[in-house]
Each structure stands twice: as C-alpha cells, then as structure tokens.
Design a protein around this ligand. Structure first.
Ligand code: SF4
Ligand code: SF4
Ligand code: SF4
Length: 219
C-alpha cells in the first residue's frame, strides 16, 4: 500500500525541528548562511537541506499581518513527472517504489547529461529537486526510505512536537487530512487541502494556497 504524509500547517509553529532532523538523519553538513532579514534560513532547498520550513506573510482585509509556515519537501507525486523525464534520459535513474510510493533516485543518475538533468529539475511542479554537481546526483526527500522499510516513521514526522505531521497508509492519511480540514475550518474559514489526487503529501492550509510561499512562487 502506498504511504503518505499529512502536513497540517495550521498546527505548525515553524520550530524547524523537522528541517534539522532531516539533516541529521541523512548526515548532511551545515550550509554557510547569513541573516537576510527573514526567518527563512537557509533561503532555499539545496543538496544539504532536503526539507525547509518556508515563511510567507501578507496583510489580511483588516490590515492584520498573517504569517504562514510551510514545511516544504518532495510530494512523492502519484504520477511523478521527474521520473518520467529521468527515465527517458537514463533508464533506471529514478523510480517510484511500488510498495511505499516513494520517488527515489539511483546511482545511474550520475550517467545523465547536464541538459537532461536540467529537464528533470524543471519538470517538477513544486520546484523540489536540486542537483549536486559535486556528486553528480539529484537530491530531494527520499521519504526516509531506510526507516520506512524498517517499520519506522520518517525522521521529520517522528520529531514534530505539535502533531502537525503524520505518516501512514495513503487512505488513512487522506481520511485524517479531511478530518483535520474540518477542524481547521472552525478557526480558519478559508482552510483547504491541496492537490490531494496528485500527491502523497497532503497539506492542510489555513488560507488560500497563494498565501503560502510554495504556491505564491511556483503555483
Ligand atoms: Fe518529483 Fe517534484 Fe513530484 Fe517530488 S514533487 S515526485 S521531485 S515531481
Ligand atoms: Fe527529510 Fe525523511 Fe522527512 Fe523526507 S521524510 S523530509 S528525507 S526527514
Ligand atoms: Fe512545523 Fe512540526 Fe516542522 Fe516544527 S517540526 S516546523 S511544528 S512541521
């Protein structure tokens, strides 16, 4: 049975525990950075940050500042365009794991020409994968496949202290997402669930998607 994540952003405090836990589990080093006048740091996904918490603010109709947090990661799409493009260039370089639904990258990716790498990166509707020129590998969330195959939760889910994240069978997560959406609507009348048919990471948002960094920039 395919697996899925629920990310209920209405419960996210932007503590960035998930962002750090992801780095630690994958043994990824710190990235030199600097203060840019924003809480978002590092400023973007990169080969050493497979998950980042994105920040977006805007004024509501009454002039109040609304500050929205969005833990961003690969959606492990149902029909992943990245896999389609990668498979056309180098067969076996990417695949969707039948058991878990995880979208994964293999060592064969190193055989890909730069022009094809760019095509794979550009095919992602969520602007997720990043190419690591040093290792010649594409990088992105791997669903913590080693943990999942051992019957454990992904590290980001295990770490989240607020119940924002959950992980399990796709149908169970979808049902939970709809229950959370109904709960969220009591406080946020415009709450919504995005792209549920296309992805395996279900985001509950407090407002319309354009008020979140990921959708404001790439939707
Ligand atoms: Fe591929 Fe992007 Fe979908 Fe992840 S979110 S599976 S990188 S298309
Ligand atoms: Fe990172 Fe694992 Fe969470 Fe993916 S599932 S964002 S690899 S911790
Ligand atoms: Fe949000 Fe949970 Fe990540 Fe903290 S650990 S930033 S509450 S999703």
């Amino acid at each position: 049975m395919p697996k899925a994540f629920l990310i209920d952003t209405t419960r996210c405090t932007a503590c960035r525990g998930c962002q750090i836990a992801c780095k630690e589990w994958h043994g990824l080093p710190a990235v030199p950075t600097r203060q840019r006048g924003s809480h978002q740091n590092p400023p973007d996904l990169n080969p050493c940050n497979l998950k980042i918490v994105r920040f977006h603010e805007h004024l509501d109709k009454d002039g109040r500042v609304m500050w929205n947090f969005f833990p961003d990661q690969c959606r492990h799409c149902q029909q992943p365009p990245c896999v389609m493009m990668a498979e056309m260039a180098v067969p076996g370089s990417m695949f969707k794991d039948k058991k878990t639904g995880a979208v994964l990258i293999t060592e064969k990716f190193k055989d890909m020409e730069k022009i094809d790498v760019d095509t794979v990166v550009a095919s992602c509707p969520y602007n997720i994968p990043r190419y690591d020129a040093r290792t010649r590998m594409l990088t992105k969330c791997d669903m913590c496949i080693d943990r999942v195959q051992a019957g454990l939760e992904p590290m980001c889910v295990k770490t989240c202290p607020t119940g924002c994240m959950a992980f399990g069978e796709r149908e169970e997560m979808l049902a939970l997402a709809h229950r959370r959406l109904e709960e969220a609507k009591k406080r946020f009348p415009k709450a919504c669930l995005v792209d549920e048919e296309e992805v395996n990471v279900f985001y509950v948002l407090a407002e319309e998607p354009e008020h979140y960094y990921a959708y404001a920039s790439f939707g």
